[in-house]
Write a protein that binds this ligand. Structure first.
Ligand SMILES: [Zn+2]
Length: 602
């Protein structure tokens, strides 16, 4: 299909649009569920102060909570998905606004629950579970909650903390308002004098341009714009880090890092192993960047030369029918049931395939416990789109297996494991294409695709993770941060990670100031651990076959019924050891070796 003639929503063929009618056949049905949630909410208040009354009251509460959750999820997810399919549709915009308001109401009504459960005398929940068999289903829910217990403070202090929570969000909301609404970058001219607007949304595309003048100017425009506000952004970020340190100390954690990892029950070793293993493999990244410089024929490799495709993009137009066939083929190693389910996703309209007027950009997988696990795509016939398709199928099939096997309370999964299921599918697709592709140019293209993923998902995210560890450590020691110090730390890390081949531009020192994830501390390392775990598992599946597949599919069925590290251990990777990270780098080295060879043969 042609990309310059965007269809309107009703011009897109029915079988290429998701079947949300399966969730709600009519608007009245949605309204009925909306009303049902509103009617259930007053019942919540009846349980306030009574959760410790006895096992049967607690069970009654858990069931009411589930009933609200199940219905509310459908109301919320449906309204948002309908809105995303055409953001210009004011009817669905209205539904999604109402669903968001309902979300706020639900969360405020339920806010007493966890503090009340945590305030029960020691051993109460355990005793209730002994007394009442049906309550044992929630063992993991209670275990996770009780882990926080030693970090819960007196009711008076908790009340104060709850009251300042909104104020504590100031650094993050100021940053987001500034970067999304106020900050303007000067537009730039390419080498032929054409004008280009610069903003965060367009930045990546501009940096992929073959026109080096344009790349350099776009980079300097964007990074320079942040640089103009570096003192304000340094103060904002400093306060964000101070906030994290304050909460960690107040809640009696040894460090901010330990506090951040506690939710996933991940030890600090996992984080440190990741950083160490990346350090050990930096020489390979340096070799890759040297190669990039050579292939691009540059006298100096600047940061703005990192994103331009190294190999002339080979003409690979892949219409949807072919994209589906490639996906089905690539996922064959996961066995018949998996592939049949992917076929169902295509046949039973779990997928909203093409862009249309007003449709949100990007791709995702979403659904509820009772709905199909839908896929939202903006497929435009490129190879990247096929990778996105198998990626989102990975999430959807993870949901499918989990919902089928787990009760509602464990029918979700954390981000720590989510990206394993999606990235593993990308691995399988790439490996298959590399096994079969004989055309040298296409092979080179696929290899660089993979190496660039390592650069951006493994090395870069780990560099971010190390930055966060350093700056939080400094504040914990009582050292204040400012823009100069942040820039120095950031530049040192860039020089360490990218090596002597990187020609450092002055503007690079401002990049810390533009990373939104830094306001969600110690989050990005999960991209790197997930990436490594997926690479290790894909390798096991290809080398070991059936036993590895069985372990992996079993992992998909587990939802959140176990902690992330236990889930991954069951699948075959022990993330408490640096081994899987090292294993995943072996793939990087193999692919780099081959690319080097192909380039030298030319
Ligand atoms: Zn994903």
């Amino acid at each position: 299909m042609s990309t310059n003639k965007l269809l309107t929503r009703d011009q897109v063929a029915e079988h290429e649009k998701w079947n949300l009618e399966a969730m709600y056949a009519t608007n009245d049905a949605w309204e009925a569920d909306f009303k049902k949630v509103q009617e259930l909410l007053p019942e919540v208040a009846n349980f306030r102060g009574r959760l410790g009354e006895g096992a049967s009251t607690l069970l009654e509460w858990m069931r009411l909570n589930e009933k609200i959750g199940l219905t509310f999820d459908n109301v919320f997810v449906y309204a948002h998905m309908r809105y995303h399919q055409n953001t210009g549709d004011s009817f669905y915009q209205g539904l999604s606004d109402r669903a968001s308001m309902l979300a706020a109401e639900v969360s405020s009504e339920l806010s007493f629950v966890n503090p009340e459960l945590l305030g029960l005398p020691d051993g109460t929940l355990e005793r209730f579970m002994e007394e009442n068999e049906d309550l044992r289903l929630y063992k993991m829910v209670f275990t996770r909650l009780l882990r926080e217990k030693e970090h819960v403070l007196t009711p008076e202090v908790e009340e104060v903390l709850a009251k300042v929570a909104e104020i504590a969000e100031a650094p993050g909301s100021i940053f987001s308002m500034f970067s999304n609404a106020d900050l303007k970058m000067p537009s730039v001219q390419d080498s032929e004098g054409n004008e280009h607007e610069v903003n965060e949304g367009r930045y990546r595309n501009l940096l992929e341009s073959k026109d080096r003048v344009l790349r350099e100017r776009a980079f300097k425009s964007l990074f320079g714009a942040y640089g103009q506000f570096r003192n304000m952004l340094g103060a904002t970020y400093n306060n964000n880090v101070k906030k994290n340190v304050f909460y960690a100390k107040t809640r009696h954690y040894n460090t901010t890092l330990e506090a951040a990892l506690s939710g996933d029950n991940v030890s600090v070793d996992v984080y440190n192993n990741l950083i160490q293993a990346n350090h050990d493999n930096l020489p390979h990244l340096h070799r890759y960047l040297e190669l990039r410089k050579k292939v691009l024929g540059l006298d100096e490799l600047h940061y703005y030369d990192f994103f331009v495709p190294m190999v002339e993009s080979v003409d690979m137009t892949i219409p949807w029918e072919q994209g589906k066939a490639m996906s089905l083929d690539a996922l064959q190693p996961l066995g018949e049931e998996y592939v049949t389910t992917v076929q169902r996703a295509f046949d039973e309209r779990w997928v909203d395939v093409f862009p249309n007027v007003g449709k949100r950009t990007g791709a995702y997988s979403w659904g509820t416990y009772t709905s199909d696990p839908y896929l939202f795509l903006n497929y435009t016939d490129t190879l990247d789109d096929v990778f996105t398709t198998v990626h989102e199928l990975g999430h959807s099939l993870h949901s499918y297996y989990t919902m089928k096997s787990q009760p509602f309370v464990y029918g979700n999964y954390t981000i720590f494991v989510a990206e394993v299921a999606s990235t593993l599918n990308e691995n399988l697709l790439l490996s298959k294409m590399l096994r079969e592709e004989t055309d040298k140019k296409k092979r080179m293209y696929l290899l660089t695709h993979s190496l660039d993923q390592y650069r951006s998902t493994m090395f870069r995210q780990t560099m971010f993770a190390e930055f966060e560890k350093i700056v939080h450590g400094l504040v914990e020691e009582g050292q204040p941060l400012n823009a100069d110090l942040l820039s120095q730390i950031y530049l040192d890390l860039n020089i360490k990670y990218y090596g002597p081949v990187l020609k450092v531009d002055d503007e690079l020192k401002n990049e810390w100031a533009r990373i939104p994830h830094f306001y969600d501390a110690f989050y990005v390392y999960k991209y790197a651990t997930g990436f490594a775990a997926a690479a290790a598992l894909a390798r096991q599946i290809q080398e070991e076959g059936a036993p590895a597949v069985e372990r992996y599919l079993n992992f998909l069925t587990k939802g959140s019924s176990e902690d992330p590290l236990d889930l991954l251990k069951g699948a075959g990777v022990d993330m408490s050891s640096p081994q899987p990270i090292h294993d995943s780098f072996k793939v990087f080295v193999e692919r780099l070796d081959e690319l080097e060879k192909l380039i030298n043969e030319q």
